[in-house]
Design a protein around this ligand. Structure first.
Ligand code: BMA
Length: 326
């Protein structure tokens, strides 16, 4: 008689997971509800930055009433994090932000640009999601700069460099239930325009329903490497996966190579089961120039945070693989 134990199932899942170019850390998940020292409902995803030698996660947490807020976690090694006792950023009472953050602040992305840490995030209200920008020196206080899009727009990520003297961001205006990745430019971080579509959903792929920028882009010698998320609507609901694309350094609306297959797809139990199952959703990655490793942080099933690694070179290669090798 053969008894299939949970361990055996888990081992086979882990082998299966080797298909993804991102290697999941064996200690995943790294932040769960039990790690948050204050009461809340669930843990979504996190922006990441290396600051004074420490890894910082700015974590989207849903409070007990159901609005998202941000908590901060610190780590020396990028794997073991300690979450600070209280939230560091919550919806403000100050206008004009208060009206548009009434339902919460979501999906932060941190970019270091000209010695300033910027946080681009989604301000959520009953008018719909729109993009907002704040800055911080210490990750304890956040100065709001501006609301920088109209609704419905999400997945804003600021580039770490100006291009031709202008600030650059990705965004994702929605058209009904679909949406594509766009790029917009600004002289002052407040007024944005010259918007252009970067890339669209692909009808016959894993990213056929909606796409959006995930991590702020990483500069490489082949172009801007962007880790993005793609959604496929199915009879059982959406599946969120992560993929990569390479964009021209001078003109990020020009796609140089786009991987046919995802770099990470939900397979593990903690990615399959949670508040929203079958979700891997990244808001940030750290590239270590010395080792060539990328640590990608991602929310799993809108319930916990995980980390996975890959060589930068492997992610770059993926962008240029031939479609028929998929
Ligand atoms: C997106 C964002 C993410 C979330 C995902 C799946 O729109 O809100 O934070 O992980 O949906 O629910």
């Amino acid at each position: 008689m053969s008894i299939v134990t949970h361990d055996a199932v888990h081992r086979s899942r882990t082998r299966f997971a080797g298909r993804d170019v991102i290697h999941r850390w064996e200690g995943n998940p790294i932040v769960t509800l039990e790690d948050i020292p204050f009461e809340c409902n669930t843990v979504f995803n996190a922006a990441v930055v290396k600051h004074n030698g420490e890894y910082l996660l700015l974590i989207r947490v849903e409070d007990k009433r159901g609005r998202s807020i941000f908590a901060l976690a610190r780590s020396d090694d990028g794997y073991r994090f300690v979450v600070e006792p209280g939230p560091v950023m919550t919806p403000t009472d100050e206008e004009p932000f208060a009206t548009y953050e009434a339902c919460g602040i979501e999906d932060p992305r941190i970019t270091l640009l000209d010695d300033t840490y910027y946080v681009m995030y989604t301000a959520y209200s009953h008018y719909g999601p729109r993009l907002a920008l704040a800055k911080t020196d210490d990750f304890q206080t956040f100065e709001r700069i501006a609301l920088i899009s109209e609704p419905v727009n999400k997945d804003g990520a600021l580039f770490p460099k100006k291009i031709n003297g202008r600030y650059v961001r990705f965004d994702r205006p929605n058209v009904g239930s679909t949406g594509n990745i766009w790029v917009s430019y600004s002289d002052d971080l407040v007024n944005w325009g010259r918007s252009e579509v970067v890339m669209t959903t692909r009808p016959d792929h894993w990213d056929c329903s909606r796409i959006g920028a995930s991590a702020p882009p990483i500069e490489t010698d082949r172009g801007w490497l962007e880790i993005y998320h793609g959604v496929k609507e199915t009879a059982a609901g959406p599946i969120y996966r992560l993929g990569v694309v390479m964009l021209d350094l001078e003109n990020p609306a020009r796609v140089l190579g786009r991987a046919a297959i995802p770099i990470l797809t939900p397979r593990e139990y903690y990615e399959r089961v949670g508040d929203i199952g079958n979700v891997v959703f990244s808001c940030g990655a750290i590239h270590d120039e010395r080792s060539g490793d990328v640590k990608m942080y991602y929310g799993a099933a809108d319930t916990c945070i995980c980390v996975g690694t890959a060589k930068l070179s492997a992610l770059i290669d993926r962008c240029f693989e031939q479609e028929d090798s998929a």
